[in-house]
Design a protein around this ligand. Structure first.
Ligand code: DGJ
Length: 691
């Protein structure tokens, strides 16, 4: 809902529980008024007439109060917008007016030839505010040093706390929480992709707990380099500014008649604690970001850990047969099926089946997989090329490089320049052909190295390649999705190196981490769930001991219950699993299919975080709920605590589908459920149905 004051200078956007209000003064200063519980226009107007503090001359009264601080004038905060035009720096805008329609509010400003429009949208039935900015240049070149998507302003409170998700390859999305101090905390990526190191999300609270208290969250929808700066100003006010690009050294130059649209930076206020905020983010993504989120994701098998590069059609058929017998619904051939790809040294760029490995192409295997009742998927890494490939031999200038400089190889590969039309067109031809030639239902789209030499002839570093590569990726994905609407896509980047709201709006799920150790995964999944729903979080059961990483041995039970907290997959070498293991796995897959609607579409409650002892999550959908619990290690003499459940009707009874036991809702809520775990690395699934 949008309310507008009579003079057209105060606006209030409201969702089911929250409101967001801004005001333009008669000096054309755009002030932030409110972000928090629902208010009406009269409240916003009362806030608008509160005088600004009298701070001169060493502080600016605008600092910490402006909705989108531009560079220049009486401001000392980090500018969201920093522009150079012929002989002039900074921005001094005039308010031109607003327009509203299609659920969107647009506030229009102009500085000479540069039009700046601030966009706001609160998609239906959510408290998420989506913000972005468009810049239109009618004059000579305007250099955008920085053009952030939004600045978010928090209300005055005594002590703010910042939550963030940091990590590295194999250890993504680790949650940390620390008190904010004066100055700035800057997170981001200067790697050309979202990165394993930080997810583009922050949350701020003062005293929230998992299920209570105010939490503000912001998440950026961009899959390239990015930056979010959280600043605590001298008068304690806190602002969060974020957008595409890491540095101030130049995002891109807008020529005459050119425009730039920033990615969306979404913000959410919740008073339901961290859990309430996460559930609101999940619901928003399922309803407004993730394509077709009402459709549950199938159980998949992926061949990577089983075979790595050593693959053949016969061996994939054998794996497929075992996977099908286990109840798997989608069989994915990972790396190694194309070109001269017998190791990571060759083949990237040549997207035709390797004739020695797949003499008849992929179709015979795809048909076999379909015949077994499963969907068929393949792995690709379209943005990359090995120097040892036909593509690179034909087009060495198609990669990102700086003329006269070394071309840095990571994992023996170079990054193609997707800002180039010819490169995108080539990739479109290859991928479209691939999807047309074999009945492919699923594409795992990988990205296994960061940008290092981002340049191309005549356009030296830094330049718009950083932005246009990402736009090129989005355009390619959009075009492929439109041409092949039946094909689902997974975003992967050496695990979780490209997970953000931008890529999630055009992919069906993401590969969470290359770390498939089921215990390590609990911490990764705990962090992931802060912002993203289980519906997109792919998790595989692999071999024990874990061959890829830490050699930890764990039971099939523990591995399955860990992976069942997301989109279940199996990634072990099934040709080496015993008959008993295969039979047990089949039972787990069957159980997962029963709880899948709750996991993938339900509300998630984090009952206990993974911190050494007992941890658990609960999913609730309608009258059914399921609890997944893990015991990392049991100390002698310490009982395993009962799990206090959430979101049940205290007056109702619930039947445990595992034991037939009847539980009182009030007892489960207040005294908890005993899960009977013991020893080390134990796990269980408990389903409860309202009687
Ligand atoms: C990195 C991915 O995260 C893995 O799952 C696998 O697909 C490899 N790349 C293949 O090269």
């Amino acid at each position: 809902m949008l309310e507008i004051s009579e003079d057209g200078r105060t606006w209030v956007l409201s969702g089911p529980a929250s409101s967001y209000a801004v005001h333009v003064t008669d000096r054309d200063e755009l002030l932030h008024l409110h972000w928090g519980p629902r208010i009406g226009l009269a409240d916003a107007e009362a806030l608008a007439v509160r005088p600004l503090p009298d701070y001169w001359p060493f502080e600016s009264p605008l600092d910490g109060r402006e909705e989108y601080p531009v560079e220049g004038g009486p401001r000392f905060v980090r500018p969201a917008l920093s522009v150079r035009t012929a002989g002039r720096r900074g921005t001094e805008w005039r308010f031109e007016g607003h327009d509203a329609g299609d659920g969107e509010l647009r506030l229009r400003f102009r500085d000479g030839d540069l039009a700046v429009t601030l966009h706001y949208r609160m998609p239906s039935a959510t408290d998420v505010v989506e913000r972005w900015v468009t810049l239109d240049n009618r004059g000579p070149d305007a250099e955008l040093l920085r053009a952030d998507s939004a600045t978010w302003t928090l209300p005055d409170r005594d002590a703010w706390r910042l939550s963030q998700l940091h990590g590295r390859w194999g250890a993504e999305s680790r949650l940390t929480r620390s008190g904010l101090t004066h100055g700035e905390k800057v997170i981001g990526s200067r790697r050309g992709h979202t990165s394993h190191q930080h997810l583009p999300w922050v949350a701020l609270d003062t005293d929230a707990t998992e299920e209570r208290g105010e939490v503000y969250g912001c998440a950026l929808g961009w899959s390239g380099s990015w930056r979010i700066a959280v600043a605590q100003l001298p008068d304690e006010r806190v602002q969060i500014t974020g957008g595409a690009g890491y540095d101030e050294s130049g995002l891109l130059t807008l020529g005459t008649g050119e425009s730039y649209t920033t990615p969306v930076f979404a913000g959410l206020w919740s008073e339901g604690g961290f859990g309430g905020a996460s559930r609101a983010w999940h619901a928003y993504q399922r309803a407004h970001v993730i394509p077709d989120a009402g459709r549950d994701r199938p159980v998949l098998f992926n061949s990577w850990e089983a075979t790595e590069f050593d693959i053949s059609e016969e061996q994939q058929r054998a794996l497929a047969e075992r996977a099908a017998a286990m109840g798997v619904e989608l069989f994915v051939v990972d790396d190694g099926w194309f070109g001269a790809r017998t190791s990571d040294r060759a083949g990237l760029g040549d997207w035709t089946p390797n004739p020695d490995r797949f003499p008849g192409g992929l179709k015979p295997l795809a048909d076999h997989v379909h015949g077994l009742g499963m969907q068929f998927g393949i792995w690709v890494e379209p943005e990359m090329v090995n120097a040892d490939s036909d593509l690179y031999r034909a087009h060495p200038d198609w990669v990102q490089y700086q003329p006269g400089r070394k071309r840095t190889e990571f994992r023996n590969q170079l990054v193609l320049n997707l800002a180039r039309d010819d490169v995108r067109e080539y990739l479109w031809g290859q991928l479209h052909g691939l999807l047309a030639d074999a009945p492919v239902d699923y594409v795992k789209w990988d990205f296994n190295r960061c940008f290092t030499d981002a340049g191309w002839p005549d356009d030296p570093y830094p330049q718009r390649l950083w932005v246009d590569h990402v736009r090129g990726l989005y355009a390619l994905l959009d075009r492929l999705r439109a041409a092949h609407p039946g094909v689902a896509f997974e975003s992967c980047s050496g695990g979780g190196g490209r997970i953000d709201l931008g890529v999630l709006s055009r992919t069906d799920q993401v590969w969470t981490s290359d770390n498939t150790d089921p215990l390590d995964r609990l911490a990764i999944q705990h962090g992931f769930s802060q912002i993203h729903p289980a519906r997109v979080m792919a998790a595989w059961v692999t071999d024990s001991p874990n061959v890829m990483l830490n050699q930890r041995a764990s039971s099939l039970r523990f591995r399955f219950v860990s992976a069942m907290a997301g989109v279940l997959g199996v990634g072990g070498d099934l040709t080496r699993w015993t008959g008993e293991e295969l039979a047990e796995a089949r039972e787990w897959v069957e159980l997962y299919k029963e709880i899948r609607p709750m996991v993938q579409r339900g509300d998630q409650y984090r009952l206990r975080p993974p911190q050494g002892g007992l941890s658990a999550v609960q999913y609730v959908l309608g009258d059914e709920t399921v609890v997944l619990a893990w015991l990392q290690a049991q100390r002698y003499g310490e009982p395993v605590p009962a799990l206090r459940l959430c979101a049940l009707d205290p007056a109702a009874s619930y039947e445990c589908l595992e034991t037939g036991e009847i539980h009182r809702g009030a007892v489960l809520l207040h005294h908890g459920l005993r899960v009977g775990l013991r020893g080390d690395l134990d796990a269980t699934v408990v389903r409860l149905k309202r009687k």
